[in-house]
Design a protein around this ligand. Structure first.
Ligand SMILES: Nc1nc2c(c(=O)[nH]1)N[C@H]1C(S)=C(S)[C@@H](COP(=O)(O)O)O[C@H]1N2
Ligand SMILES: [Mo]
Length: 166
């Protein structure tokens, strides 16, 4: 079976320091610790992962929680339509419309095993709606920043270079 590639893990990534914050245009900002993830229902999504560089990993079975269930607990403001998903590496981030990212999975397991850190563990975003781009599958997700207006390229250093938010 074709598999995910293994890329280097930035120095900043320490799975033991992992938490998930929900901040921004919400009335109940939230911090979820690793042990608290079990308070949310787990779901499984099986799909192929295709990188624009031309490789594909087939039939990946991700298990995790719906981003919407975490977002809702923070009570987002009604007119806040965007979410910036930030990685623990402090630079990488991706912007989504809130309704789309709500359907995405925050995966904590891959193929029935805890998600390895080299593939984004403890938590990786797995978009489930429509055609998603490989760079939207944010590894080491640590924050969901709810926004009223669309995030712009200079919200992250990484994305100034790549134009990923455009
Ligand atoms: N935080 C973070 N997430 C990321 C990336 C990255 O550089 N940093 N690269 C993206 C891209 S372009 C791809 S193809 C996949 C690679 O996943 P893999 O390392 O598990 O093969 O992660 C995506 N998520
Ligand atoms: Mo990619």
């Amino acid at each position: 079976m074709s598999q995910l590639r293994t890329h280097s893990v930035p120095d900043e990534i320490d799975p033991n320091e992992w938490t998930l914050r929900v901040t921004g245009a919400v009335s109940e900002p939230l911090r979820v610790k690793r042990g608290e993830l079990s308070e949310f229902p787990l779901e499984t999504v099986t799909e192929d992962f295709e990188c624009v560089e031309g490789w594909i990993a087939e039939g990946l079975s991700w298990r995790g929680i719906r981003v919407g269930s975490v977002l809702n607990r923070a009570a987002p403001e009604a007119d806040a339509d965007y979410v910036l998903v930030r990685s623990m590496d402090g630079e990488y981030a991706c912007s989504f419309r809130r309704d789309r990212v709500a359907d995405a999975l925050l995966a904590v397991e891959l193929g029935d095993r805890p998600l390895p850190v080299e593939h984004g563990g403890p938590a990786r975003l797995v978009p489930t709606t429509g055609d998603s781009d490989c760079w939207e599958s944010v590894k080491w997700v640590t924050a969901l920043e709810v926004r009223r207006s669309e995030p712009v390229v200079d919200d992250t250093a990484e994305n100034i270079a790549t134009g990923r938010l455009e």
